[in-house]
Design a protein. Structure first.
Length: 149
């Protein structure tokens, strides 16, 4: 009888040492994870679209500056870049007169795709959803102007 009682006490002591999480503790953790997900998930919605638009705006600004510098310095002019780039940026007009030695004959426009989220910066402007950022380089002076279209 004493051996049986000692055996039961040993098993009880082992069970106390190997204690796991209770159902209440697991439910509390699940609720906390759910609340954090509900708060954090909206912050990450649209991140890919915003990154794509910001990439186009950065490319727009770089190409516009390159064209502007070439016009101000009176050459050499960058190679022809009309059409659509790999990032989706649309270029209207060339920043050269058909070759690398002459100035453009018309203003050059760089236009992004439509913004799916408001707040991206286009020069000093803030783009609203559904609008595009456009940089125009004046062929006569090289001045860059930004607009929302």
């Amino acid at each position: 009888m004493i051996n049986a009682l000692q055996s039961v006490r040993k098993k009880a002591a082992i069970n106390r040492q190997q204690g796991g999480f209770t159902l209440v503790e697991l439910m509390v953790v699940i609720v906390i994870v759910g609340v954090l997900s509900a708060v954090a998930l909206p912050q990450f919605m649209g991140v890919k679209d915003k990154a794509k638009l910001n990439t186009q705006i950065a490319e727009l600004a770089g190409l516009a500056r390159e064209c502007s510098s070439a016009i101000i310095a009176e050459g050499p002019y960058p190679s022809a870049n009309s059409g659509t780039t790999n990032t989706g940026l649309t270029i209207s007009g060339n920043c050269n007169g058909g070759d690398g030695a002459s100035a453009p004959t018309a203003d050059v426009n760089y236009t992004t795709s439509s913004a799916s989220i408001s707040g991206a910066k286009c020069g000093s402007l803030s783009i609203t959803s559904g609008k595009k950022c456009q940089a125009t380089v004046a062929s006569s002076s090289g001045a860059i102007s930004y607009s929302e279209i």
